[in-house]
Design a protein. Structure first.
Length: 75
């Protein structure tokens, strides 16, 4: 892929991980990145997440995807 190849980027922040995926405009996947999200269980039957970790995991997934695609990226 050249640096001027148009691509689409998708980001999915779920309950267990954040995932990023890039596709060329013809639908061919370029790269995929993923970063885990932690879940705390302070009491039986409870599940909580730190909203700050949503951003961190999304950023880490995006950086992993971009690096796999050969794009230089800094946090």
């Amino acid at each position: 892929m050249t640096s001027n190849t148009p691509c689409l980027l998708g980001l999915d922040c779920g309950t267990q991980s954040a995932k990023a995926c890039g596709w060329r405009l013809d639908g061919e996947p370029v790269a995929r990145g993923e970063a885990a999200l932690g879940v705390q269980n302070p009491r039986e039957g409870w599940a909580e997440q730190d909203p700050g970790e949503w951003w961190t995991s999304a950023r880490d997934a995006l950086l992993a995807e971009l690096r796999k695609a050969g794009v230089e990226a800094a946090p």
